[in-house]
Design a binder for this molecule. Structure first.
Ligand code: IMP
Ligand code: MG
Length: 333
């Protein structure tokens, strides 16, 4: 029986999904790891055996010798894909026969990259992501199967999961997050892919194969892009510094705000989250500020707690129907 667990971002990306993926792969019984959306706009920071890696395309399963697939919901920059393979090999990670690209994934081309390279309206990562999806849906795109150089890496999702490995246990690794989702995010300040559980299933997994859904959030919010997000208060500058909040792909400063529980609640409901991980508790600990928004943002929706215990109790109670875990370290849960 095919079983699928999904990791989704519950905020605006950069929630620490890479760490959760790495942890689950180390502890769990997975045979496969599949990236299901986005392209090299994503940057996943992973600590493996004490060493720091930033990956953009290749699923974190590669660190554990799992079969890793860049799914058909993704867009691929061929040059960056090979650069990343080389980076992993140079660090002693064996990728032979472990890394695949779905034959129907779309390829970012030079003109996509050029179109995106001067974008300022919404503040994209300028990696060609949006124009590539636009070409896909405009029926003008190019799929991985059309590129000779990718032939050794191609995989057919249907053959893989319905013939070769019908008993696979798959971890689906998401990129970006609910607030950046093309349908559910704050349009037009969104990415061009589906960052939800439903988006993972679109890669070729039937709904009944779904087992756990891991929603990942930070103990506060960050966002990179062109909209005004960070309120004017120097506490958020302190938060940005304490959390070292710079984009892993672009190096831009991430705007910061307190945790918005109503937003997370929406992400939990729409994604069918069964387990929620709240990361970077150590950063709030440094500032010793314990604040959440509930309901529409505004002064009367702010709740301030005197200490960590009350902050955690409130959140655990708010999400009492699911498992909630708080994490303090970039390397483990
Ligand atoms: P795009 O995905 O490059 O088109 O960018 C669209 C929006 O999503 C911009 O606000 C980006 O900063 C944001 N974005 C895209 N990928 C990520 C990510 O991995 N983490 C955080 N923000 C992202
Ligand atoms: Mg990131």
């Amino acid at each position: 029986m095919l079983r699928v667990d999904v990791i989704v971002g519950a905020q605006y990306g950069d929630e620490g999904k890479g760490k959760v993926t790495h942890h689950l792969l180390r502890e769990g019984d997975y045979t496969h790891c599949v990236r299901y959306n986005g392209g090299c706009n994503a940057g996943h920071t992973i600590y493996h055996q004490g060493e720091k890696f930033v990956t953009h395309h290749i699923p974190a399963g590669v660190f554990f010798g799992k079969r890793c697939i860049i799914g058909p919901g993704c867009v691929v920059d061929i040059h960056k894909f090979f650069t990343e393979l080389q980076m992993l090999n140079a660090a002693g990670i064996n990728t032979d026969g472990k890394v695949y690209i779905a034959k129907n994934a779309h390829i970012i081309q030079e003109d996509h990259f050029e179109q995106d390279s001067t974008e300022t309206r919404i503040g994209t990562t300028r990696t060609g992501n949006g124009p590539c999806y636009a070409a896909k849906y405009g029926r003008n795109g190019a799929q991985a199967k059309d590129f000779a150089i990718l032939q050794p890496f191609l995989i057919d999702m249907y053959e893989e999961f319905f013939y070769r490995s019908p008993n696979a246990t798959v971890l689906c690794e998401g990129a970006q997050g609910f607030g950046l989702d093309i349908d559910w995010g704050d349009y037009p300040y969104v990415t061009s892919s589906h960052c939800t559980t439903a988006g993972a299933l679109l890669n070729g997994f039937p709904p009944r194969s779904l087992r756990h859904v891991y929603g990942v959030a930070k103990a506060y919010e960050t966002y990179v892009g062109a909209k005004d997000f960070q309120p004017e208060d120097e506490i958020f500058e302190a938060l940005q510094v304490a959390g070292d909040e710079f984009g892993a792909t672009t190096g831009r400063k991430r705007q910061c705000n307190w945790l918005d529980l109503s937003k997370i609640h929406q992400a939990v409901n729409l994604n069918g989250v069964t387990h929620l991980v709240i990361n970077k508790m150590d950063i709030l600990e440094k500032l010793d500020k314990w604040v959440v928004y509930v309901g529409a943002k505004g002064d009367n929706a702010i709740f301030t707690f005197p200490n960590r215990t009350q902050f955690c109790d409130y959140i655990s109670h708010y999400f009492q129907d699911i498992y909630v875990t708080f994490s303090d370290s970039p390397e483990k849960i």
